[in-house]
Design a protein around this ligand. Structure first.
Ligand SMILES: Nc1ncnc2c1ncn2[C@@H]1O[C@H](COP(=O)(O)OP(=O)(O)OP(=O)(O)O)[C@@H](O)[C@H]1O
Ligand SMILES: [Mg+2]
Length: 501
């Protein structure tokens, strides 16, 4: 075994391999319907053709054998019955015997008797004896019979020769035509072929019904898949059967449903993001406007308050320089001190309002306590403030500022909207987190009511909480009250570092 072992496919001749490849290509490129139709039609035709051929061959063999044995037995019969007639040389009755034989056997084409010397004693040919027929078949006197197939213008003829009286009285010859045999064969063949055609038609019908049943759900699936690919997630594949294709339809529908859900969720997230972005833009504008307003107010305050006071102070000092008596000077100094003290008070108030220095100096707890006290004065709102777990520790400045502004906004909201006369603020620091709770028992509201006019106070609180990594949560119920909770995680390492000395 010198050559390398090759796969069976590669051992085939090149032309055959190419034919197989081409057939495979065609089979793969046509639709399922054509494939099934092709297989059914191919099988029926193959079966019908092979059965027809086999039957024809078997029938031909059997009929020919039967024709041959009939030829021999008819010729023997003629030989036996003509012995006596020939011995008495009764050619008329011999002729009659041959005519009867021809008449009684439809397959017999001719019959004749050849004398011992080779001359025709009697025959059934009406238009003259065909030349060469005598020589076409000869039986030796010792033979019981001899059969010979003759090819004539009328087709094949089985010619049987039987010696009469051991050849001494001559030879009986009878020819049986195959025409009837051929006709029978052809008719059987046609019947079988017709049956094959009918069965093929029935097979094609059945195959079409089968492919329709099989391909309909698949075509449905293909249509829905195209719609889904084009973005229409409302389409569903019809569930027609409980077989594998039905299961596939169900799984596909579940997948499309999940896809639609995911898209809905993503659209909701995008809408929320857009809304948040819009609110943030508004907040920014409002902050800038508020900043400008605040600057104007501070400028006016400085101009109208401190500026006016300093002007009076300068005028007073000028007056002071013209005074002569110590009493007048003392009195003028007293007035001027009063003006200076008022100016100082005004400037301090302004500074305090701009940023409570207590937040920087004493920390969040003290600043909230002071703001709570101011609420009593400014809004006539009693606020109980409590601070737990700080133990002198300070939070990062950004966290302190954010929580202070959140508490401030929450308390202003209580004063402006809740109708309550009392509120409580709790600030607690434990388990690595700081919690701020502002509660009132006023009229409450629905924090998530759709279409509620967008206000920036609550949104600003949310943004501030987000900025310091905290979570804001509002619980409110109409008629019951409102609780604002902010929770901010504070890393433990920071606790240690920022320990207040
Ligand atoms: N503690 C509260 N009790 C009752 N209603 C409240 C309370 N806090 C907020 N609300 C309701 O929620 C709305 C939104 O509050 P938000 O602070 O966002 O806006 P605002 O206070 O009306 O205006 P601003 O933007 O000046 O703060 C309020 O108009 C009010 O109806
Ligand atoms: Mg508000």
């Amino acid at each position: 075994m010198g050559s390398a072992v090759k796969p069976v496919h590669e051992r085939l001749p090149v032309a055959l391999r190419q034919l197989i490849d081409r057939l495979w290509l065609v089979a793969n490129s046509v639709s399922v319907r054509v494939k099934i139709l092709g297989i059914v039609l191919g099988m029926v035709l193959l079966l019908g053709g092979s059965i027809t051929w086999q039957v024809r061959v078997a029938l031909e063999t059997a009929l020919e054998r039967e024709l041959q044995s009939r030829a021999v037995s008819i010729t023997r019969d003629v030989a036996a019955r003509s012995v006596d007639l020939l011995l008495i040389n009764d050619l008329f009755r011999t002729h009659q015997l041959l005519g009867d034989t021809l008449e009684n056997n439809p397959d017999v084409r001719y019959a004749f008797i050849v004398g011992p010397d080779g001359e025709v004693l009697a025959h059934t040919f009406e238009g003259g004896f065909p030349p060469g027929l005598i020589q076409a078949n000869r039986a030796a006197p010792t033979e019981r019979h001899r059969l010979q197939l003759l090819a004539t213008e009328e087709g094949h003829i089985w010619d049987a020769a039987v010696p009469i009286f051991d050849g001494r009285a001559g030879t009986a010859r009878v020819g049986l035509s195959e025409a009837n045999l051929r006709r029978t064969l052809d008719s059987v063949t046609w019947q079988l072929l017709l049956t094959t055609v009918v069965v093929s038609l029935v097979g094609v019908g059945a195959a079409m019904l089968l492919t329709w049943l099989i391909t309909r759900p698949i075509l449905d699936l293909v249509r829905v898949t195209r719609a889904v690919a084009a973005g229409d997630l409302s389409q569903r594949a019809p569930h027609r059967t409980d077989d594998e294709i039905g299961t596939l339809s169900l799984s596909f529908n579940a997948m499309v449903h999940d896809l639609a859900e995911a898209r809905r969720a993503s659209e909701a997230v995008q809408a929320a993001l857009r809304e948040k972005e819009a609110a943030r833009g508004e907040l920014l504008e409002q902050i800038i406007a508020a900043q400008e307003e605040e600057r104007k107010r501070v400028a006016r305050e400085l101009h109208d308050g401190a500026g006016q006071a300093l002007t009076s102070l300068m005028v007073g000092l000028k007056v002071l320089s013209g005074l002569r008596t110590p009493e007048e000077i003392q009195s003028q100094i007293g007035d001027l001190r009063g003006i200076a003290a008022e100016t100082l008070e005004a400037v301090r108030d302004l500074a305090l309002e701009l940023r409570p220095s207590v937040l920087d100096d004493l920390g969040l707890a003290a600043a909230i306590a002071r703001y709570a006290a101011e609420c009593q004065r400014r809004f006539n709102l009693r606020v109980d403030s409590r601070c737990v777990g700080f133990d002198g520790r300070r939070l990062p400045p950004a966290v302190e500022a954010a929580l202070y502004r959140i508490a401030q906004e929450a308390l202003v909201n209580v004063a402006r909207h809740s109708g309550a006369r009392q509120a409580s603020v709790l600030l607690e620091w434990n388990d690595g987190a700081v919690r701020l709770l502002v509660e009132d028992n006023g009229r409450g509201f629905d924090p998530v009511a759709p279409g509620r006019e967008r206000k920036l106070g609550l949104y600003g609180m949310q943004e501030r909480a987000d900025l310091i990594g905290g979570r804001l949560h509002i619980e409110s119920e109409p008629g019951v009250g409102t609780l604002v909770v902010v929770e901010v995680p504070v890393p433990t390492a920071h606790d240690q570092l920022s320990h207040f000395p």
